[in-house]
Design a protein around this ligand. Sequence first.
Ligand SMILES: NC(=O)c1ccc[n+]([C@@H]2O[C@H](COP(=O)([O-])OP(=O)(O)OC[C@H]3O[C@@H](n4cnc5c(N)ncnc54)[C@H](O)[C@@H]3O)[C@@H](O)[C@H]2O)c1
Length: 269
Amino acid sequence: MGVEGLKILITGGAVGIGAGTARLAASRGACVTVSDVNDEAGEALVEEIRAADGKAIYCHADVTDDKAVSDLMFRAADAFGGIDVLHNNAGIHESMLTKELTLETMTRDIFERVMNTNVTGVWLCAKYALPYLRESRSASIINAGSTSSISGYPQCQAYGASKGAVMQLTKMLAVDLAPDGIRVNCYCPGSIHTQIVDKFLEAAPDPELMLNTMTLTHLIPRMGKPVDVAEIVCFLASPESSFVNGAVWTIDGGSLAWRGTNDMLGMEA
Ligand SMILES: NC(=O)c1ccc[n+]([C@@H]2O[C@H](COP(=O)([O-])OP(=O)(O)OC[C@H]3O[C@@H](n4cnc5c(N)ncnc54)[C@H](O)[C@@H]3O)[C@@H](O)[C@H]2O)c1
């Protein structure tokens, strides 16, 4: 049970939440394909996993490139004898590309790059993984949504639109792939401390205020950690979640459960 023996492919897996998931899944006996455009970090992670007796390979692939994605699926399946789980984790925020984040100043190119990576990339990976997932007896796709799939945030126009689309795409794929026995779920993290959040904070007019605001809405008064998300991904990948399909799973310290800030409850980060 759990993820032992499952063949899991993680896009954008070199750092952050993807890397946290790769470490956890490999430590529990999964065969992990780490894919990314950051080859140095991806290869270092795979070495680290292998040094701890885990099974992992690294494959370079840009999720927006049809041929690269098609090759990635072939290489992952060839290395481990199939693909059971596609973790569509790769994603970017506009603040990683520009400091011009208002409606007046952000360019169409930036908007389209975010949509292309976060939405088209998810769709492309699902498309090219499908023949392999159809052969699996424990097939699922797990998509990275966000609390911005559901709720509004400042300076998140492209990112929020893309993550809303990922949530809806999850449901459409869950319907269309149900006859193939492939489950499709998404999870929506709150603020998890990774480089995407660091860049977002750097771009904020008042980074300290923004950081405080992020944790203030958490009923658990801290930033999330990659392993918090990795645990849910491993659960969604495992046979224990075999009746979970088309779901939107929040991992947000409770921030979407209410409309307050935790200082009102006398809590301190
Ligand atoms: N950190 C958070 O608070 C948070 C919250 C909600 C959702 N998420 C989502 O979780 C996912 C992972 O986020 P993270 O915080 O670990 O980010 P991160 O920036 O630390 O890692 C993202 C990884 O994706 C890779 N990547 C970017 N574009 C790519 C492309 N075109 N092809 C392949 N790989 C690409 C990057 O090189 C990087 O290794 C993203 O989809 C993000 O939107 C993160």
